[in-house]
Design a protein. Structure first.
Length: 414
C-alpha cells in the first residue's frame, strides 16, 4: 500500500494522478553537486507528472522504513517539491543526508529496532526488506547517486527486478565507464586553491610543502592539480615511490625556486615501494570492507625531513604538512559541479521516460551518454601511468593531450 502523499491539490480536495513514483538517494561520502542533481531530477520529474520521494541517509533509508500506513517514516522518506529542492540546489553536501550502509552486509547492531533479532546472525542481508519497502513506497524507478560501492548495491537491486537508473558521484573520479563523476571538479578546484594558499607559509619558512589529498585507488585528484601548476611533484596510488628519490627531486625544485620551497601532493592511497599495503588510520573497516586511509602525508613529511640533509649540503629542510580532507568536499559546488549534475539528472529522466533501466548516465569522450550499470564492475578506473605519469620524476607528462577530453585522463578508452 502506498503511503498517503499530501500536496496542495489534495488539501483542496482535488484528485492527483501521477505517472508513477521516482525515488532518489545519495550514498557514500558527500560532495558538492549532489543537491543540484536532486534538484534537476525533481524539477524534471514533477514536470513530467511523477511524484518524487527522497530516500534519506542512503540505503539506510530503505532498510529503516516501517511498512505500516500509519507509521511515521519521515526520518527515512520525504516527498520532494520544487520549493524544497530549489532552496537546497544551490548548496553543497546532500540535504537528503548520506551513509555508507550496505544492506546486503548489515551489522545486526545497525538494523532498526523492528528488524533486530538478538539471536540472529552478526551480519544480515536485509535486501528482502529493501525490496519490500520499495514496493510499499510504490517506487517505480530508483535513482541512486554514488560511487562504485553505492552503485554496486544498485546493480544488485536491478538484478532483483528493481528499475534503476544511476548517477555517478565521487571526488576520486574513479567510477568505471564515465569520464566524469559529480564532485571531482570542485575537489580539483579546491585543491588548487588551498595549495596555492599554503605556498605563502612554505615560502616564508623555505620548507617543503607536503599536502595529502583524497584518492584511495586512483590519483586523479593529485595529478590534475599538479598538471594545473599547483605542485611540483605528486605521488599517486598507481605508482609506488622511493622516498629517497622524492627527497632528491624536491630538493632540486627548492633550489630552483627563488622563494626556496617545493610542493608535493600525496594521494591518500600512495604507497612506499618498500611497503606491502596502504597506510591506514585504524583497523576498523566500513560495511564495504574499506579501512580508512590516512597518514601517508605524515610519513612522507617525517622521512623527507630526515633525508633532506643528504641532498642539501648537510642542512635539514623542515616541512609544512597539511591534510586537506573535508575542506575539498565541503561548501558549494563550482560551475562544472552545478552544470554536470543538472545534465545527469535530466539524462536520468530521459531514460525513465523511454522505459529504460539498469543504466548509468555518464560522460564519454566529452559527450553525455549512458551505459549498462554493470559497467561499474569492469576493471578499476585508474591513471594510465605509462601515458600520463613520469614515475622517476614523480610528475605528470604533458605530451599526450591532443584529442583528449576536458579532464584528460579518463582511462575508459585505449
Amino acid at each position: 500500500m502506498r503511503p498517503t502523499v499530501r500536496t496542495a491539490d489534495t488539501e483542496r480536495g482535488a484528485t492527483v494522478t501521477h505517472k508513477g513514483t521516482i525515488g532518489i538517494l545519495t550514498g557514500g561520502g558527500d560532495v558538492p553537486g549532489l543537491n543540484p542533481a536532486i534538484r534537476a531530477v525533481t524539477f524534471r520529474a514533477l514536470r513530467e507528472g511523477y511524484r518524487v520521494l527522497g530516500i534519506r541517509r542512503g540505503w539506510a533509508g530503505l532498510v529503516n522504513v516501517i511498512r505500516d500506513p500509519d507509521a511515521d517514516n519521515s526520518a527515512s522518506v520525504q516527498v520532494l517539491t520544487q520549493d524544497l529542492v530549489n532552496r537546497a540546489g544551490r548548496t553543497g553536501g546532500t540535504f537528503l543526508h548520506t551513509s555508507r550502509t550496505r544492506p546486503s552486509h548489515l551489522p545486526r547492531a545497525h538494523l532498526p529496532p523492528h528488524l533486530r533479532d538478538p539471536s540472529g546472525p552478526d551480519i544480515v542481508d536485509a535486501t528482502s526488506e529493501v525490496l519490500a519497502n520499495i514496493e510499499f513506497l510504490g517506487i517505480d524507478y530508483l535513482i541512486p547517486i554514488g560511487g562504485d560501492d553505492t552503485l554496486s548495491y544498485a546493480q544488485r537491486l536491478h538484478r532483483d527486478g528493481v528499475k534503476v537508473v544511476a548517477i555517478p558521484k565521487t571526488m576520486d573520479n574513479d567510477v568505471p565507464g564515465t569520464d566524469y563523476c559529480i564532485g571531482f571538479s570542485t575537489c580539483v578546484t579546491r585543491t588548487i586553491e588551498l595549495t596555492h594558499r599554503l605556498r605563502t607559509s612554505a615560502g616564508s619558512h623555505e620548507r617543503f610543502l607536503v599536502i595529502e589529498v583524497f584518492g584511495r585507488y586512483a590519483g586523479f585528484t593529485a595529478l590534475l592539480p599538479t598538471m594545473a601548476g599547483a605542485a611540483d611533484r605528486c605521488l599517486i596510488p598507481e605508482a609506488p615511490f622511493r622516498i629517497e628519490r622524492l627527497a632528491e627531486v624536491l630538493s632540486e625544485d627548492r633550489r630552483q625556486n627563488p622563494s626556496r620551497y617545493a610542493v608535493v601532493l600525496v594521494s591518500e592511497g600512495a604507497t612506499f615501494e618498500r611497503d606491502d599495503d596502504h597506510h591506514y588510520e585504524s583497523e576498523e573497516a566500513d560495511q564495504f570492507g574499506h579501512r580508512k586511509l590516512g597518514g601517508i602525508g605524515d610519513r612522507v613529511s617525517s622521512e623527507l625531513r630526515e633525508l633532506s640533509p643528504e641532498f642539501n649540503d648537510g642542512t635539514r629542510v623542515n616541512v609544512v604538512n597539511q591534510r586537506l580532507g573535508y575542506l575539498v568536499r565541503s561548501g558549494e559546488p563550482d560551475a562544472i559541479d552545478s552544470i554536470v549534475p543538472m545534465a545527469f539528472g535530466n539524462l536520468a529522466l530521459d531514460l525513465i521516460l523511454s522505459g529504460s533501466s539498469g543504466r548509468l548516465v555518464c560522460l564519454r569522450h566529452g559527450r553525455y551518454d549512458n551505459i549498462p550499470l554493470e559497467t561499474i564492475q569492469d576493471r578499476a578506473k585508474k591513471i594510465d601511468v605509462e601515458r600520463y605519469y613520469a614515475t622517476d620524476r614523480m610528475r605528470p607528462k604533458y605530451e599526450t593531450l591532443d584529442q583528449q577530453p576536458l579532464f584528460i585522463m579518463t582511462s575508459n578508452e585505449p
